[in-house]
Design a protein around this ligand. Structure first.
Ligand SMILES: Nc1ncnc2c1ncn2[C@@H]1O[C@H](COP(=O)(O)OP(=O)(O)OP(=O)(O)O)[C@@H](O)[C@H]1O
Ligand SMILES: [Mg+2]
Length: 330
């Protein structure tokens, strides 16, 4: 996605998001991802916290990076921290810093990640796992912009945009008493939801080709049989699983194309296609084409905030065509 060429051949980035550029290559061919990118472009200019939601491996971190790369903060750091990876005490000093002698082993004072991300973006991954006392401290930081190092009484101020991500249902965590409602209200003002890969199948082949090119092996494409498998598989591990499947395929491919047999075994099992992780083995209820179309068109229209011209553009149809369709729905 180069600034000089807003429509990328690989990702098909829409001209409506010309400010989306930067170092992260985000493949976004499907209407769902194009709508997401529009939202990213709008949020980029703002400094309010953003919450990125989506199943595991959908690309939440890539989206956060693209958001940063397109914001006025782009020249400043993007600091990522996985909240789930650190024990509570360590996490607090990692985030906020600590004074010399604040705890055993704290031989010197240390800056926290908030300070490291000053003028930039702090990405808090797996925010749902943040311990409650730290949630209170984060809320204070977001509300007053004032932070305090562990073992210090004074506060310091930073200019940091917080972007967080989770694959958990934060509403459920609140009901379980594991997440603060006031913090959620603060965080969810700007929300971006990354759809599961099975819900945006138009992205599968462009992503697969993108990952294959990264492998730098002799394989340049996929056979028809391999493409069919890739498109029909359920992808419970989403884009990350696709990336790994392509690596597997590239390593085994004999010629210039990855074949079905080169793909991981689980993709070749008959039950693999069209499965969804929430309903393993459950019989699928199919909609009629008209039902599916109506649902989809209305979903796009809603995502475009009711603008028919915008929805028509995303759907790739003329405005009149969309009008005619909408009339049949009423
Ligand atoms: N649209 C995309 N274009 C290019 N690469 C992508 C895209 N989405 C995801 N990826 C790649 O897929 C992998 C998983 O993405 P990422 O780490 O952002 O997912 P995640 O939603 O944060 O996952 P988790 O929930 O496990 O933390 C990464 O290697 C990332 O570069
Ligand atoms: Mg992640």
């Amino acid at each position: 996605m180069e600034r000089s060429n807003p429509v990328c051949e690989v990702c098909g980035l829409v001209p409506h998001a010309p400010r989306l550029s930067g170092t992260t290559h985000l493949v976004a061919r499907s209407p769902a991802m194009q709508i997401l990118l529009k939202r990213v472009a709008r949020f980029a200019a703002n400094s309010a916290p953003v919450t990125v939601l989506g199943e595991t491996g959908t690309g939440k971190e890539v989206v956060a990076r693209v958001l940063h790369a397109n914001s006025p903060r782009a020249k400043h750091p993007f600091v990522a921290v996985n909240v789930a990876a650190l024990p509570a005490e360590l996490l607090e000093s990692e985030l906020f810093g600590h004074a010399k002698g604040a705890f055993t082993g704290a031989a010197a004072a240390r800056r926290g990640l908030f300070e490291a991300a000053d003028k930039g973006t702090l990405f808090l991954d797996e925010i749902g796992e943040m311990p409650l006392p730290l949630q209170a401290k984060l809320l204070r930081a977001l509300q007053d912009g004032e932070l305090r190092r562990v073992g210090e009484s004074g506060t310091y101020a930073v200019d940091v945009r917080v972007v967080c991500a989770t694959h958990r249902d934060l509403g459920l965590l609140i009901r379980e008493g594991a997440f603060r409602q006031d913090l959620l209200y603060r965080l969810k003002v700007l929300t971006i939801e990354v759809a599961a890969l099975r819900e945006r199948r138009d992205d599968i082949l462009p992503l697969a080709l993108h990952f294959l090119a990264e492998e730098k092996t002799g394989a340049r494409g996929f056979t028809a049989a391999a493409r069919k498998i890739l498109i029909n598989y359920g992808w419970p591990g989403n884009v990350r699983e696709l990336q790994n499947a392509v690596k597997h395929g590239a390593a085994l491919a004999m010629g210039s194309e990855v074949d079905a047999v080169d793909l991981p075994d689980e993709l070749n099992r008959p039950a693999a296609s069209l499965s969804s992780p929430s309903t393993p083995g459950a019989p699928r209820v199919f909609k009629t084409l008209a039902e599916a179309e109506r649902e989809y068109v209305l979903e796009v229209l809603e995502a475009c905030e009711g603008s028919p011209s915008e929805a028509a553009r995303v759907l790739g149809v003329a405005r009149n065509t969309l009008w005619r369709r909408l009339k049949t729905y009423s």
